[in-house]
Design a protein around this ligand. Structure first.
Ligand code: IPD
Ligand code: CA
Ligand code: CA
Length: 267
């Protein structure tokens, strides 16, 4: 295992312990609202703190971008870690056991290492650039679907940006009529890890953040899949509008949703 992936795994497991311990007594979890329907708990912050500590102990000069504790510019700007300490906070607060820790490393702006860790199921999804993607050391491949018919897709509702609801439901409808079914499980990181694992054929969501998708992007690409924006382009890192799955399925999804979307979402 690449030494930096090894550190990412250690950091994710440390965070997983913090999260699982806290999940045993949710009455002690303190939640604060940081935006519309957007909550942060002391557990998100504690998990991010232990991830940062683990990374910086090994690589004190690296830079970090974390969802809850912000940006730390290290001396070495070539190495940037992108952290979502708890993806699926709403599930966590409600006691729904479906959430994950997501950690990615970019080297000179390019995704290099990725970990998505589901502490509830002890599932560790990992990827290193050029080395493929694994689940608990088993090689992963995205599902090979050339068309939407018969697929099970995952999605996220725009619950933090409800002004997108009409555009979202139009896109949902255009896809749903063709699919076998669609899931909304509540963790974009796990949705993407499941695409890499072929458990879900494809995934789409509006307005995700870099920490939601960085690790998932490398996992999917290393598992033979693709990630695009809603127009089939690469602006998803900025817009957070994401379609992923096998390359052919992505093309088909874009073809269906494109006519339903306004210009502002087509990137
Ligand atoms: C959220 C989850 C959710 C997705 C949201 C994300 P958080 O992340 O991934 O599934 O629909 O867009 O913001 O806030 O729980 O880290
Ligand atoms: Ca997230
Ligand atoms: Ca989070």
């Amino acid at each position: 295992m690449h030494p930096m992936l090894n550190i990412a795994v250690r950091a994710a497991r440390n965070a997983g312990k913090v999260i699982l311990r806290a999940s045993e007594d949710l009455s002690r979890v303190e939640a604060q609202q940081k935006g519309s329907n957007d909550f942060v708990t002391n557990v998100d912050k504690d998990a991010e703190a232990i991830i940062r500590e683990t990374i910086l102990k090994a690589y004190p000069e690296h830079s970090i971008v974390g969802e809850e504790l912000g940006v730390t510019e290290g001396k070495d700007a070539d190495y940037q870690w992108i952290i979502d300490p708890l993806d699926g906070t709403t599930n966590f607060i409600k006691g729904i056991p479906h959430y994950a820790v997501s950690i990615a490393l970019k080297v000179k702006g390019r995704l290099d290492q990725a970990v998505i860790y589901d502490p509830v199921r002890s599932e560790l999804f990992t990827a290193s650039r050029g080395q493929g993607a694994q689940l608990n050391s088993m090689r992963l491949r995205v599902a090979k679907n050339n068309e939407i018919a018969g697929t099970v897709l995952a999605t996220g509702f725009p619950f933090k940006q409800k002004h997108h609801i009409d555009a979202y439901t139009d896109a949902f409808k255009a896809l749903f009529v063709h699919t076998a079914d669609i899931r909304r499980a509540g963790s974009a990181a796990l949705d993407m890890a499941y695409v890499a694992a072929g458990r879900i054929d494809g995934f789409f969501e509006i307005g995700l953040k870099p920490w939601d998708t960085a690790a998932g992007e490398l996992l999917i690409k290393e598992a033979g899949g693709m990630i695009t924006d809603f127009a089939g382009g690469t602006n998803y890192t900025k817009s957070g509008n994401i379609v992923c799955g096998s390359p052919k399925l992505c093309q088909q999804i874009v073809k269906e949703i494109r006519p339903t979307l306004t210009e502002s979402l087509l990137k």
